[in-house]
Design a protein around this ligand. Sequence first.
Ligand code: ADP
Length: 606
Amino acid sequence: MAPSTLPETPTLGKVHSGIPESLLHKATSAKAAVYDGKTVSDKIPLKRGLPIPQGISEKAFLSAIDELRTAIGAENVELNDKEVNNGWYMEHPNTHDMMPLFDVEEFIASAVVYPGSVQEVQIIVRWANKHLIPIFPISIGRNLGYGGSAPRVRGSVTIDLGRRMNKILDINAEDYTCLVEPGVTFYALYEELQKRGLGDKMWIDTPDLGGGSVLGNTLDRGVGYTPYGDHWAVHSGLEVVLPKGEVVRTGMGGLEGSNTWQCFPYGFGPYSDGIFSQSNYGIVTKMGMALMPNPGGFESFMYTFQNESDLAPLMEIIRPLRIANILENVAQLRHGLQTLSIQGFPRAKYFKGKGQMPESIYREELKKTKTGDHAWVYYGMSYGPANIRKFKLDIVDAEFHKIPGCRKIDSKTLPAGEYFWSRDRIASGTPDLEELRWVNWMPNGGHIAFSPVSPIRGIDAERLFALAKQRHAEAGIDLMPAFCVGLREMHIIVEIVFDAQDADMKQKAEKCLRDMIDDAARLGYGEYRTHLALMDQVAGTYNWNDGALMKFNNTLKDALDPRGILAPGRCGIWPARYRQRGWELKGGEKRVEGDGVGPQPGGNKI
Ligand code: ADP
């Protein structure tokens, strides 16, 4: 579709997952740029027909779907039997991975259901148990780079919680907390605070893009960029529908009438919240979250460093400053090539050759940008009144300048459209829509991340950067790492941008990712989060003591979900019926399915 004929992106006033009015102009131009880079139509008819999950006949499946329609309303159950429709970030599909590494009909749902209440979620779960149909919950489904809305098992029924369960149930302006349903996006929570006149008093913490759900992002242990950036660490209280249909509330929510659910996460007894993040043990229907008091002022800063070899000494400087909270937020140290790609132009504008873009070319191009030539750029923010900020910023300035060639970029020289201001908004709790720009690097741009964690040390940064550099060079893929610095650890996020229509490039991308995961594991590093296609491999690297952790995970899975219906395979955790049947993806496969499912242990009766 020509960018000029694109329909307008729906706003929050129209749909729960929409864009705020204030960002509509950005959505319009971001969407035009995405569609400018598409070489194929969005809508493709299904080649293989309705994707029925293994272990059930088409007839039995369709009759089960009819039963579900009767139970929760025909309008709340949609079969996925016609086409895939890719869309883009703001108008994304809820049936499949729109940036697939494999054929688009591999990680794909057979149907999507839209529960409107906790009771309806329970009905769906009991229905899945009765018919042994795999189900896969999503909140918004914008977990892009990690699989989006796609289920791990082909033909699973997706439970799209966000469409009808999207209320902000509480904002408590005394405790600085909120309680949300799955379909509340960072955009929506931000807008509601402004509407209630609380925006000056309290901040949210937002990821790079604000369209994901607060609840889904937190369950997948996503991060944002204010001092409250570790979302899981600042949540308090979950309500969960368990795989057999019971409902539990965790922490203080276990005490009838408690007013402390969103203030004290632990309650009494075992702290159970952990088993519901990055797992397949429950469907979360409510979550509490802390909001940050307005710190009374903020100031973004940006420094550049000239040499790739500055990485290690810089990390040695960053660590003590970060642990002492002189560097206060989850800041980013980005590679220079990312400064170029975030300009939003296709790589072909700068270089038409195959393989990696030569360093000499992007360094020349960087000279023409407002940031100038550099190997690394640090984006940070200082919080509080001016005198308190000055105290911290002076220390940072003196420490960073110990690296020869370090330059502080004067933000007053940067025009309003400069990416720096997007980081400024995000680090001060205002969700934005600019991070997509680097996906335009490739036509039909898809992305997938390698995301290991390590201590904030020079030697660790150097090792991880070196292995990523080597594997990217072998694969001929441009390397654009970013280091996100938490309190005592850093995530290195290496996003591979690929052409989703280029099978050869996707194969190379997969090999590069798998090699990096193995290399990192050999050196003692593991990933904090991963794409559906890589979950088995990553889970397999956490194998201390003969895989004791996965044995424990399997014990929990069998106890909580004996019929194995909830998100089989998510995070490498397979129900008993799927084990030893070739469902694990090890690399090089063309199909994501295993060889059938076993009988229900203990018979098929519930
Ligand atoms: P977002 O809302 O950020 O777009 P998604 O809805 O894509 O995130 O969810 C991210 C991941 O977390 C998904 O893979 C999904 O399986 C899991 N997830 C999302 N919502 C829930 C939920 N309410 N209960 C259990 N797991 C969930």
